[in-house]
Ligand binder design. Structure first.
Ligand SMILES: [Zn+2]
Length: 549
């Protein structure tokens, strides 16, 4: 159960914590407004999450009684009085710009930058789960403490807020040119000063949320929905292709190659695309899909229009959607903008959602950043600086060929293909074996047909080597939405799975002490062994997947 405080501005990111729990596979997280918290309601909860908020003396007492009686309480940057009531030794000071180091494997080798202030605590009699450091000061970042029969897991920082900042950049930079590039406003401009180019190769937000999930597993083991449909799958390669006025011949070259690898791709078509609606069905037949690459009407004729006034952004998008819907007659559910043009902090996402887009692919690193601009490969909904969660997924794109090997572009590393293959291979292998994060790549048909084919084919080979299916943006969106509507409910000693709609395929990681009702694989993830069940459900179907004992 996740406590929310609708009227407390300091609990801004509480709804985003539910997004984090969802992406980590915890289903059916209940939200409880602070006014509805009662001792009786707390008593029945396996874990209670309290985001940063004003906690009254009465409420503090209820939380303490819940823990003392054997409950599991997870608190994020509690105020001083609440922290002290939980037996934490506060210093009444704050650490800025800290870096978190998790003390336990498998996450202990990475340091994770915090983009928000954190409470400076002493260790006291607690166990240190993670430390944080700034300059020569080291302090606990995550503590665990036994109170009576229960346990408190205390974060010195607001997890949801630092994940939001890691994934979206700094709201103070919205609308500002910061990168010194070509005058196009891109999402990467929001990350200047926040992201160290040398350390932008690691999906640090994914490490932080995966570690959080493991801690919950340890406190109160629960079934979790695996990141991917199949138990043996540890990553996926999501293929996207920005049209950029490529010729039909270029499309054929790329699609023939994709078909040889049994790879699927979503092509984002520009307005004034050279691809006619009549060409699509044959390509859709082999698993590809087509959506929109919004562009300005002048981009095609006169080259990329830089310095687009922010006031013209909505018109640019509106014109692109109007034309796409009229010409192709199919909604654009996934999108990447030409030149990844962005607006404001998440204003562009809000506009895209208003046009029916469900998953955005615009967060793409351009030099000097590497492939983890958002510190994540995972799909999560956008969140605004005021904590409002938008109904559109932010799916980071890891790289596009032109940023790695194009010999001229201002935003290219200008690597040779051999070097680019070596570094991207390393990333894909790590995604599949260490982070379990998806990898999203863009390749333009015109680039594939003219210079980038050896690099892109190397990605497909790396995916094959790691048993990562190569799927389209559309398929990834469908899976993400399907996964999110899975329900896992204990009824007595039986664990039941159901969905709001049919579930084509999904895998559940079972907690220890359960027996699968359906034969399934045993897998090792994050160094832990899980029994799994994998299954499909028809619309309206509900199935017992495991029993206790
Ligand atoms: Zn483009």
């Amino acid at each position: 159960m996740l406590i929310i405080h609708p009227s407390d501005a300091s609990s801004t990111y509480s709804h985003y914590l539910r997004e984090i729990l969802g992406v980590e596979g915890f289903s059916d997280v209940q939200l409880c407004p602070v006014a509805q918290v009662t001792s009786a309601r707390l008593k029945s909860q396996a874990v209670v999450f309290v985001v940063r908020m004003a906690v009254s003396v009465e409420l503090r007492q209820m939380f303490l009684e819940y823990v003392t009686a054997g409950g599991n309480l997870v608190v994020f940057h509690p105020d001083d009085a609440f922290a002290r009531a939980l037996g934490i030794t506060t210093t009444r000071r704050t650490m800025m710009h800290g870096t978190v180091n998790i003390t336990t494997p498998p996450h202990s080798s990475e340091s994770i930058p915090l983009h928000i202030p954190a409470a400076l605590w002493n260790v006291g009699d607690a166990d240190v789960v993670a430390t944080m450091q700034h300059g020569n000061v080291t302090a606990p970042a995550i503590l665990k403490r036994r109170i009576g029969a229960g346990i408190v897991l205390a974060y010195a920082f607001e997890l949801a807020q630092t994940v939001a900042r890691t994934r979206h950049g700094d709201p103070a930079l919205a609308g500002m040119s910061t990168g010194g590039l070509d005058g196009v406003m891109r999402p990467s401009e929001l990350f200047v000063h926040q992201l160290d180019p040398q350390r932008s190769k690691v999906p640090v937000a994914d490490l932080l949320t995966a570690h959080f999930a493991l801690e919950i597993d340890a406190l109160a083991p629960q079934p979790r929905i695996w990141y991917y449909p199949c138990a043996g799958q540890t990553s996926t390669l999501i293929m996207t292709s920005d049209d950029d006025w490529s010729s039909p011949a270029d499309f054929r070259v790329m699609i023939d190659a994709l078909d040889q690898y049994d790879a699927h791709c979503t092509f984002f078509l520009v307005p004034q695309s050279h691809i006619s609606p009549g060409a699509l069905p044959a390509w859709q037949h082999t698993g590809h899909s087509f959506s929109l690459h919004p562009a300005h009407s002048r981009d095609a004729d006169m080259g990329l229009l830089t310095d687009l006034p922010a006031t013209d952004y909505a018109t640019m998008l509106g014109g692109s959607f109007e034309r796409h819907n009229r010409v192709y007659g199919s909604p654009a559910r996934t999108v990447r903008n030409h030149a990844v043009r962005w607006l404001g902090y998440v204003d562009a996402a809000r506009l895209l959602a208003s046009h029916g887009v469900q998953m955005d692919f615009n967060y793409l690193p351009v030099a000097p950043y590497f492939w983890s601009l958002c510190g994540s490969g995972r799909p999560m909904r956008f969140v605004d600086a005021d904590g409002a969660v938008l109904d559109i997924y932010q799916q980071p794109t890891n790289w596009t060929e032109e940023c790695l090997i194009h010999p001229e572009y201002v935003f290219s590393f200008k690597w040779n293909t051999t070097l680019a293959i070596a570094v991207t291979d390393e990333y894909i292998d790590a995604a599949a074996t260490r982070y379990y994060s998806p990898v999203t790549v863009n390749s333009h048909p015109v680039s594939f047909a003219s210079y980038s084919r050896p690099l892109i084919e190397a990605h497909w080979k790396a995916a094959e080597r790691n048993r990562m299916p190569i799927i389209s943006a559309q398929e990834w969106l469908d899976w993400t939405m399907s996964r999110e509507q899975i329900h896992l409910t204990w009824v007595g000693n039986e664990l039941r799975m159901s969905g709001d709609a049919a579930i084509p395929h999904a895998t559940i990681l079972l907690p220890p002490g359960t027996t699968p009702s359906i034969p399934g694989q045993t897998v090792t993830r994050w160094g832990k062994t899980y029994k799994t069940v994998s299954l499909s459900l028809a619309d309206g179907e509900s199935k017992v997947i495991a029993t206790r004992g």
